[in-house]
Design a protein around this ligand. Structure first.
Ligand code: SME
Length: 157
């Protein structure tokens, strides 16, 4: 189990620029290095209404785009609630990008009442993410939000 309190402090130190692209790239690379048993970590962004398009990520090339109506990522965007899935194969509309993925954690990212995007983590281990991981990753998303200026594209919808 990673020490999320320590990871939160380390991410605060790493994100010394206000730019969303730099910080998103650094955040997913940091998570991929520091959180064990992940095969994919990255961002999907709402650059046009109700559509998630691929942002900075680590892992295999991924599905793009994902409408709000589809998949675990779409569910997180629609509901604005973190989705923690022990077995993605049990989810009817799960979108399989990497056959290695068995469990998934998707955290919505909100700015000024608008859904900016989601942070998506995939693991090859069933049930990889528990409540502590969820709270820890949500805390890392809060650091990302606090350290990052609003992107231009957020104001368009
Ligand atoms: N599995 C996701 C799609 C994104 S990939 O895992 C990177 C979903 O069902 O939304």
């Amino acid at each position: 189990m990673p020490n999320y309190t320590l990871l939160t402090r380390q991410l605060e130190a790493l994100l010394d620029d206000r730019d969303w692209l730099i910080n998103a790239a650094q955040t997913c690379a940091f998570i991929m290095q520091q959180v064990p048993e992940l095969n994919w970590a990255g961002f999907y962004l709402q650059r046009q209404p109700e559509l998630l398009t691929l942002g900075p990520f680590q892992g295999k090339p991924a599905c793009n785009p994902i409408p709000f109506s589809k998949g675990v990522c779409g569910g997180a965007a629609r509901s604005r609630q973190t989705q923690r899935i022990d077995d993605v194969h049990a989810i009817a509309d799960h979108i399989a990008c990497d056959a290695a993925s068995n469990s998934e954690l998707v955290v919505p990212i909100l700015r000024q009442g608008t859904l900016w995007g989601v942070l998506d983590l995939d693991s090859p281990r069933h049930g990889r993410f528990d409540e502590v991981d969820q709270a820890g990753i949500e805390a890392l998303v809060e650091v990302f939000n606090a350290r990052t200026d609003l992107p231009d594209f957020l104001s368009s919808h």
